[in-house]
Design a protein around this ligand. Sequence first.
Ligand SMILES: [Zn+2]
Length: 300
Amino acid sequence: MSFSSEVKGELCKHGVQKHCCAVAECYGALMYCNTFRPNEIKFVTASREFSARLPKLFKKAFNLEFDRISDGGESGKGILQIIQREKLEKIFDAFGADIDNTPVHHVNLAVLEETCCKVSFIRGAFLAGGSVTDPEKRYHMELVTSHYNVSRETYALLLELGFAPKETVRSGNHVLYFKKADHISELLSTIGATNAGMGILNAKIEKSMSNTVNRKLNCDFANADKVVAAAQEQMAAIKKIEQAIGIFNLPEPLQQAAFLRIANPEASLSDLALLSDPKVTKSCLNHRLKKLVAYAATLD
Ligand SMILES: [Zn+2]
């Protein structure tokens, strides 16, 4: 089962208590469904739970039944239709739209004044025309409709609820989408999929934890590279000095530092300091090795 189907399944467990919210959810679902015309309403959905929810929802909102319901046979997609004129009229009426004079759909915001109804509208829209990607893959949630105005007005509704989606057009459809895990998580929780919302947040936390570990590892590697580069520079300097004047002609402290490095070509500065005999501090040793490098540079 896809992640979207799981989320839709969870949303459908959300009981619709108030009549206003049932109407609002139907409204969102219709605006984002396959066909919403004066002569036909048609839902095609892969979500069994949504297929089962729609008749109850329409019963509660408009006190009417679907004319045809099929399980879609091979495709496994549920198909639900209303084609009777009086039912279609009743539905258009409920949204304040004239069935014979609605050239393009608009979201009538007067039907969605209460926050509970705005949320229900978004739930319906998501159930009919939304999807969300498995957070293991990436963070993406979208609402897709063929109606330009509907997309603009849904955008405004989302803003009112505190969510700011991005917009795009894809194959003639208008898409509102979210890319941030915390936004997707919050929106899913708001419309009733609390578990899915938490799941997305957990996936995000796990990812950022493993990123932190990786960064730490990369950082250690970078440090290791620096240690090697410094040691190589010192070795090259010591060789140069040996060839030019001989290490034994260096002052005693520098001789010690040079021999310590030759004996331990890959050791870090801290390790070299620990290995020194007589003991020198790390900063003292650092100072001496730098002197060797500086001195070698004068020999060109
Ligand atoms: Zn309501």
